[in-house]
Design a protein around this ligand. Sequence first.
Ligand code: SAH
Length: 235
Amino acid sequence: MHRFYLAKDHFFGNYIMSNEKEIISQLSRVLRAKEGERFIVFCGDGLEYVCQLTELSKIQAKFLIIDERPGEREPARFITLYPSLLKSDKFEWLLQKVTELGVSRIVPVVSSRCVVKEISPVKLKRYQEIIREAVEQCGGARIPELEPVASWRKALSIASAEAGEKYIAWENSQESEAIAADGKVLPVNLFVGPEGGYSEEEIEQAKYKGIVPVSLGKRILRAETAGIVAVAKFV
Ligand code: SAH
């Protein structure tokens, strides 16, 4: 069954309705959908809705909800990634890959060596679209939260207030076993630096907040690769 995303505001009791042109064209032109056909619709709340298309016209698509069930492909752990901002092509790639892997929340960070210091409204919309499309493609049922850009200090205070394990990926750390997934289902918070890495001060400040520097292996990975390796260790 084809599955696609529709925001919660398309749900009305036992029905899901959309008059969005792109949804109607995707159903009629791309999927050649017929009334009576079944689809999986998800709105990002972690559930999947088995629906029957009851009406498809040029102006509206209407589905009857037949069944709802938890998403079958959700990760066991709530993973928050704190990636330092990267140039947009690399950041787009990182967002897509960590979403496929099952990250739950993303807090973009401006650390001292970031070249990029903000996300424009246009870029933010693009990033959210990339995340949504990645969830649709990989069979996820929950849309990872893309939080507002945080300063270094703000990111440290957000993470230190979180439950669970906290790590900062640092290529000079001798610790690595700590990051190996050990079956625990505590939430995990992962910091990954920018192309220029973290400063010594940033590593000390993270340690002071109980965020443990860990190695991702002997090789120096690109920032976008490191984000993927770090998340992949926990899903
Ligand atoms: N200082 C590096 C550049 C940083 S790599 C250099 O000299 O080229 C970008 C980010 O990826 C780092 O800040 C770190 O968070 C992460 N990273 C890369 N390789 C890593 C490794 N082997 N172990 C832990 N983190 C790593």
